[in-house]
Design a binder for this molecule. Structure first.
Ligand code: SAJ
Length: 449
């Protein structure tokens, strides 16, 4: 008998299935993508996640992990499939529904079914529970049904799956306890049990909190630009207050979670969600504001080339879903600019996505301006030389404040940053105030570009 059947072998499902296997459970990992299944059967891991390759290899060597496109009977079923939003910001639960209906005929009384996918409040009992009821099973009575969200930070998934606190929501307390005993087999973090609705809202709250706070940081950045202040210095000093934690402004909010999950609350409770909607709008207009500032200072005109460094939605990962860099490339191209999107790690997710080049000199060649959208370690090491050698213009918009301002200013660049007005000096972080403020202020004179 298979101990666990994990549906969905992506960023969460594959490490989860592997951790269960290395904890001694007999696991069948299931995915509709036959290529992904075949790759796992060949012990190949394509995702750039610290420790994932080693973990999957150990799981395969233990003989406890098999990949398949078909689900099988098991004691425990874990659903880890994507839950995107539609173009009009409604939850797309079609993959949860499909996974639940695929396993329902295989679920037996006494089995445990867990939904891990981030979902609107009520999904566990209504969508997954509905599929089980249609198969003649009574969730909470003859089958255990729970919701258990993951909290992993992409790039550190394996460590966080093991160590992070877990919330488990059961349609009954007995269900939650049954799931807690299973997760305790491989989770070393504290586990708290609650009901399914609370657990679903906890997950949405965590990511909505982050999105709203990033929107606050981006709002403060807009104010600072007009006020002639460096918002990064403001935030650094404000965060020295023991109870203040202002987030970082940026060129946009990417990934498959933060820009998505808040819409589940808006979709379900529109009468109360104005703040959440406004935060989403602020964050999603950041890429356009980067372009508008370049145009406003005369750094670029339609027809010029803009080099965009960073397709991954954040530093040192290969995931380009909803990336700010790709969003900037799209709005710039629509405005008549030639764009070159570079990234040392990220790969294009779908054929219609922005093309990504690995060749930095080609991306910079002849560019009127360059924009850093992702603070990859590879970019932090860059000196002005590669820019001056290949670019036609001398404007750098460091939207992640990850390059040394002094070096670029000394090389004759006009330096732009989110949250630093054209009149304000782009001051380095407090810890490294090596560039003089006068030098930096002079660099922002638009006539110098
Ligand atoms: N970002 C900012 N400013 C900030 C923080 C992030 O602009 O201060 C941007 C990032 O550059 C990125 C986007 O927001 O483009 C999202 O990055 P992230 O690190 O905030 O989020 P994820 O999607 O990588 O991971 C989040 C995490 N949630 C929280 O931190 C509350 C993670 O714990 C979740 O498990 C994950 O979403 C998820 O899967 O839900």
């Amino acid at each position: 008998m298979t101990d666990a059947c994990v549906i969905g072998l992506g960023y969460v499902g594959l490490p989860t299935a592997s951790l269960m296997a290395t904890a001694g459970l007999h696991v069948v990992g299931v995915d509709v993508n036959a290529e992904r299944v075949d790759a796992i059967e060949r012990d190949e891991v394509v995702m750039d996640e610290a420790g994932l390759g080693t973990l999957v290899s150990a799981a395969r060597k233990s003989g406890n992990l098999r990949a398949s496109i078909e689900p099988v009977e098991a004691e425990v079923f874990v659903i880890c499939v994507p839950t995107p939003v539609t173009g009009d910001q409604h939850a797309d639960l079609s993959m949860v529904e499909a996974a639940a209906r695929a396993i329902a005929p295989l679920v037996r009384p006494g089995n445990l079914v867990i939904l891990e996918s981030t979902s609107p409040i009520g999904t566990t009992r209504n969508v997954v529970g509905g599929a089980l009821r249609d198969a003649g099973l009574a969730p909470g009575v003859d089958v255990h049904l729970c919701y258990c969200p993951e909290r992993v930070l992409p790039g550190n998934t394996v460590a966080e799956l093991i160590n992070n606190h877990r919330v488990i929501g059961g349609v009954t307390e007995r269900c939650a306890r049954r799931a807690r005993d299973m997760y305790a087999r491989f989770c070393q973090g504290e586990i708290t049990t609650t009901d399914d609705l609370t657990a679903e809202m906890v997950k949405l709250t965590e990511n909505t909190f982050r999105d709203v706070n990033i929107a606050l940081a981006n709002t403060l950045a807009r104010i600072a630009e007009d006020a002639g202040v460096d918002v990064w210095r403001v935030i650094e000093l404000a965060n020295r207050h023991p109870r203040v934690n202002v987030h970082q402004p940026g060129p946009g909010v990417g990934g498959h979670c933060i820009p998505v999950d808040p819409w589940f609350l808006v979709d379900g409770f529109p009468r109360h969600a104005q703040l959440i909607t406004e935060a989403r709008t602020i964050n999603d207009t950041q890429p356009r504001r980067v372009l508008d500032r370049l145009v406003a200072i005369g750094a670029v005109r339609p027809g010029d080339t803009i080099a965009i460094l960073g397709a991954a939605y954040k530093a040192d990962i290969d995931d380009s879903r909803s990336s700010p860099g790709a969003a900037l490339a799209a709005v710039a191209r629509e405005a008549g600019f030639d764009t070159r999107l570079h990234d040392p790690r990220a790969r294009r997710q779908h054929p219609g996505d922005e093309p990504i080049t690995r060749d930095l000199t080609a991306a910079l060649q002849g560019a009127a301006a360059a924009v850093v959208c992702t603070d990859h370690a590879e970019y932090r090491r860059l000196t002005p030389a590669v820019f001056t050698e290949h670019m036609a213009g001398r404007v750098l918009f460091d939207a992640r404040r990850c390059l040394d301002p002094g070096a670029f200013i000394a090389a004759g660049f006009t330096l732009l940053a989110i949250g630093v007005g054209d009149a304000a000096p782009v001051s380095p972080p407090l810890a490294a105030a090596d560039a003089t403020r006068a030098d930096v202020a002079a660099s922002n004179d638009p006539k110098s570009c």
